[in-house]
Design a protein around this ligand. Structure first.
Ligand SMILES: [Zn+2]
Length: 325
């Protein structure tokens, strides 16, 4: 019997699944991502979780033929490591992943992807059409895209291809992105930035009424979506988000010509009617090439770990023609 493993290393959670040759999950492990003190502690946690998932599956780690990893970045791809992850403490400068996992499972078939690339691999693999050209866009704490073009999952020489969240959507640059630059898509529309954008829009028009707790430090994006249809400012914010999201997605469509654009991430999945439906309606008005089908992932929170597993099963591609068993 052949086995595969998928690893999702996020800033908050660490998940591992082990599956048999058919892709049926037979063991899993979920834990919090350690906050250090060093990157090696994170590596150790990944290896421990992988061992535990194997134990749950009733197998030894050496029986795993290939593993895929969907991880927070950025990466040193040549070394198979995460370097200076922005969402973990500064003491974590380097998290070796590929080498230690290769050693544990006794196989060199270990594929490292950023989380959105793992997302597109999973969406491609589990899609009925298994399309060669597809984009997965996550709208959550940040915004990112995983891109498959001509059957190839784009990575770029440094692993940074598809950083769609940092597309400039607003040349006026009224919002500053977490990356330090102005006018980026994510600075307006990601879950962590929507509250500040709402405050800016409230300042723009002092006559606009609102029940939103703009001054409350706990004010968060879900507060806005909850008041949709009931609050003037909430509706204005949602309308502006639709505007910037449409520009971002239009740029993605023109750059990569996907057949399917699939959305994931809490902001998109928990507010499909308010976030994804307006994109569906408006993108056709701005796109001059073929319109893709616009969907949401069925995999929910599992999209990265299932994508990592699909990567292991298909030589890092999500292409079902490349299934090994
Ligand atoms: Zn940015």
């Amino acid at each position: 019997m052949v086995y595969y493993a998928g690893v999702d290393l996020g800033a908050t959670n660490l998940r591992v699944v082990v599956a048999d040759g058919d892709g049926t999950i037979v063991g899993s492990c979920r834990t919090g991502t350690p906050r250090g003190p060093t990157g090696i502690d994170v590596t150790e946690a990944v290896l421990t979780s992988l061992r535990e998932a194997c134990t749950a599956a009733g197998i030894r780690p050496e029986q795993v033929e290939a593993a895929g990893i969907g991880s927070i970045g950025p990466f040193d791809l040549a070394e198979g490591a995460v370097i200076d992850p922005s969402n973990l403490p500064n003491t974590i400068d380097r998290i070796p992943l590929t080498g230690p996992i290769e050693k544990l499972i006794g196989s060199e078939d270990v594929y490292l992807h950023n989380d959105t690339a793992a997302g597109v691999i999973g969406e491609r693999f589990y899609s009925d059409r298994n399309p060669d050209d597809m984009v997965y866009i996550t709208i959550s704490t940040g915004i990112g895209a995983g891109v498959a073009v001509d059957g190839k999952v784009l990575s770029g020489w440094d692993g940074n291809a598809g950083e769609a969240g940092h597309y400039v959507v607003d040349p006026r640059g009224r919002m500053t992105c977490g990356c330090g630059h102005d006018g980026h898509w994510e600075a307006y529309c990601s879950g962590s930035n929507i509250p500040d954008y709402a405050r800016l829009l409230a300042d723009d028009d002092p006559t606009i009424t609102t029940e939103l707790p703009l001054e409350d430090p706990d004010f968060a994006a879900p507060d806005i979506f909850e008041l949709a249809g009931e609050d003037e400012l909430a509706d204005h914010v949602i309308e502006q988000l639709a505007h910037w999201n449409t520009i971002g997605v239009t740029n993605v469509v023109h750059a990569f010509a996907p057949i399917i654009v699939s959305f994931g991430g809490a902001v998109a999945l928990e507010n499909e009617a308010l976030v994804v439906d307006p994109i569906r309606e408006r993108v056709p008005e701005m796109v001059m090439t073929n319109m893709p089908q616009i969907t949401t992932t069925d995999l929910g929170d599992d999209v990265v770990v299932r994508g990592a597993l699909a990567s292991a099963m298909t030589g890092g591609t999500g292409d079902r023609r490349r299934l090994r068993s």
